[in-house]
Design a protein around this ligand. Structure first.
Ligand SMILES: [Mg+2]
Length: 269
């Protein structure tokens, strides 16, 4: 009986397939559907570079795979170097990172500037919006540093010290700033990144009250998008540093690409 019913079902099914015209294209899979919906709503970003009039550097950062992977590459390679160097350390040590365009992307601010020059008022308003997003690979790298024996994360940024709270909130919400991390904003002109690197290295042995709750920490790696995230050099000295021979680049210094802005625009003045 069961066999007979099955035969009838199969026969009907075969008949219906033969008699019905070829079915319409199957419904898109959920991810395809999402792409179709985005496209219909004008929100699909793939291929957007062709249609938009944004500057090429903004499109490269926003849309290219190469930008994202260059960042990931620097952080992964840096992570390996840090892990290796950490084995030679006894006690606490630090990795120092810049914030803007190193761990936190402000691409939206650049888009909103619309080609107008940077100005402190619009920048401050942006900082207080706390809408920066992570640079690819940064979060994994920072977690790797914190997981290593003696490892500490220190951010040295030229955001003003009055912007530290908003910056930490923005970073914290993204999992980029965690308990035990230190962030040093800029107090005044004399408070160069070099001065703050010394503050970290000297810790409680130094004179700077901002680092006196900390042990002295050798800095075993630096990450930044700007030359002065690594060394305080100007003009001719900075140009001279373009030589390929300095082994610290890719060994202790790791650059995150930033084609949007930088000292290079003004000749490293
Ligand atoms: Mg920067």
């Amino acid at each position: 009986m069961k066999a007979a019913i099955l035969a009838v079902i199969l026969s009907c099914s075969a008949h219906s397939r033969a008699a019905t015209p070829a079915p319409a294209k199957e419904s898109p899979a959920p991810h395809e559907l999402e792409a179709v919906q985005k496209q219909a709503a004008g929100k699909l970003e793939l291929g957007a570079a062709k249609k938009e009039s944004l500057p090429r550097e903004i499109l490269w950062v926003r849309d290219s795979v190469e930008y994202a992977k260059a960042c990931v590459q620097a952080f992964r390679w840096g992570g390996q170097a840090v892990e290796k160097a950490s084995r030679r350390q006894k006690g606490d040590w630090a990795v120092v990172l810049d914030v803007d365009e190193t761990v936190l992307s402000n691409l939206q601010y650049q888009i909103e500037l619309g080609g107008k020059p940077y100005d402190p008022q619009s920048w401050d308003a942006w900082v207080r919006r706390k809408e920066g997003v992570p640079i690819p690979g940064a979060r994994e790298f920072l977690d790797r540093v914190r997981s290593l024996e003696g490892g500490h994360v220190v951010f040295i940024t030229d955001r003003r010290s009055s912007q530290e709270e908003a910056t930490i909130e923005n970073l914290g919400a993204l999992g980029l700033f965690k308990d035990g991390d230190l962030l040093l904003g800029k107090i005044d002109k004399a408070d160069t990144k070099e001065a703050r690197r010394r503050c970290v290295e000297q810790g409680k042995r130094g004179q700077n009250p901002r680092c006196q709750a900390r042990s002295p920490m050798p800095i075993i790696a630096l990450f930044g998008d700007s030359f002065r995230d690594f060394e305080e050099k100007y003009e001719a000295q900075a140009y001279a540093a373009r030589s390929d021979e300095d082994a610290r680049w890719g060994g202790r210094f790791f650059v995150i690409p930033n084609p949007l802005y930088g000292q290079w625009e003004r000749g490293y003045k």
